[in-house]
Design a binder for this molecule. Structure first.
Ligand SMILES: [Zn+2]
Length: 372
């Protein structure tokens, strides 16, 4: 087992929930501190408040990974007699780093929405709506026959040609390349001022946007020509598609009343608010952690009988009644399922990587509401 710093832990975390999955408005990533400090314990929490920072200090955690960002709006000044400023001051004084994984963790496979769907025992789940797709390019390279293998390998190693569970995918055709070097050229094949004909291959690979810089660098290093000929063409399709929320089915139908009781137990909440006829039958369930009232129409369009989401307001609830879409609102705090989910997932990933780091689950109850 090897000792690690924050960068190594976050790099591993981001193989699972990369920041590029997050919504544009979402300030995910490192919020306070720096990642080049050594880390022996990580505290996983839903929120970051002063009690969570105190918990990190008491339990010896150097890094907090939280779902809700501590700093959401741009902080224009750090006054340490305000609640936000005091938390930042405490983190810095005690060398506690704070990292937020919000909407990127919602959509990641095995993230918040999958954890909630699993807790509710939903089967055959798919995302409720697409929220992310990685842009794709087609790279077409022309190269001499004898260099084709090295170029294909270099492109594949840099991340080109990944399709699902397949890597190093490429297509190749042979043909004839023609060129005339100028007097100032330094050609790999041929002579200045003489028209040249070379047996060449045309190699085609797809390149996801996030690998583009690395692939282009690898191409220029592996290609023998002074001026390699290539086309980089944007494609209409995307890859690595991810989505917010989940929709799936229950193994057996139940009444809305039974489902509400099931959701209470499954999500470990003291109460749920219910919209709809409690005797109606429920089979298809949509779920979205946090505040999902914006997406009632997506839940309805996908055929959900009930939509499980937090922060449901009066007028949206009325709209759901008219849509004949039942609602079970377990509160925003039901996202606390991510605490154990993230800690267990990261513990397994760290063990696999041989990282000596302990994963702590926050024990502070950050539920704002009291149910009387
Ligand atoms: Zn939330």
């Amino acid at each position: 087992m090897k000792k690690v710093n924050g960068h190594q832990i976050i790099q591993l975390f981001e193989t699972w929930a990369p920041k590029r999955y997050a919504e544009d408005w979402d300030p995910v990533g490192l919020q306070v501190g720096q990642l080049n400090r050594s880390v022996t314990k990580v505290l996983v929490s839903l929120d970051v408040d002063e009690r969570i920072v105190d918990e990190a200090i008491a339990r010896g955690a150097e890094l907090i990974i939280a779902h809700h960002p501590l700093l959401f709006r741009p902080l224009k000044r750090v006054w340490t007699d305000t609640p936000e400023g005091r938390i930042v001051e405490k983190c810095i004084k005690h060398d506690i780093q704070v990292y937020a994984a919000h909407t990127n963790l919602d959509v990641a496979e095995g993230g918040v929405n999958d954890l909630m769907a699993d807790a509710l025992q939903l089967e055959n789940t798919t995302p409720l709506m697409k929220s992310y797709g990685e842009d794709l390019y087609k790279l077409v390279v022309f190269a001499p026959l004898e260099n084709a293998e090295a170029i294909r390998q270099a492109l594949g190693d840099a991340g080109a040609g990944e399709i699902g569970e397949y890597t190093h995918c490429s297509y190749e055709m042979t043909g004839t390349g023609r060129f005339t070097p100028s007097e100032r050229a330094n050609p790999h094949i041929g002579h200045a001022g003489e028209a040249e004909e070379v047996a060449e291959v045309r190699i085609e690979v797809i390149v996801p946007h996030f690998s583009k810089a690395r692939v282009m660098k690898a191409l220029l290093q592996a290609h023998p020509y002074e001026e390699p000929a290539f086309d980089l063409i944007p494609l209409a399709q995307q890859t690595d598609e991810k989505g917010l929320g989940r929709i799936g089915t229950l193994a057996e139908p139940m009444t809305l009343r039974e489902f509400a009781e099931h959701a209470k137990r499954a999500l470990n909440v003291p109460a749920v608010r219910v919209v709809g006829d409690v005797e109606r039958s429920i089979k298809k369930v949509a779920v979205l952690g946090g505040s999902g009232s914006k997406y009632i129409h997506q839940a309805k369009q996908q055929g959900a009988d009930v939509y499980v989401t937090g922060d449901m307001d009066f007028h949206t609830a009325q709209a759901c009644e008219k849509l004949h879409l039942a609602i079970v609102d377990p509160g925003h705090h039901a996202e606390k399922v991510m605490i154990a989910g993230v800690a267990e997932k990261m513990k397994a990933l760290c063990q696999e990587a041989g990282y000596e780091v302990e994963w702590l689950q926050s024990e502070v109850n950050t539920e704002t509401f009291t149910f009387l």
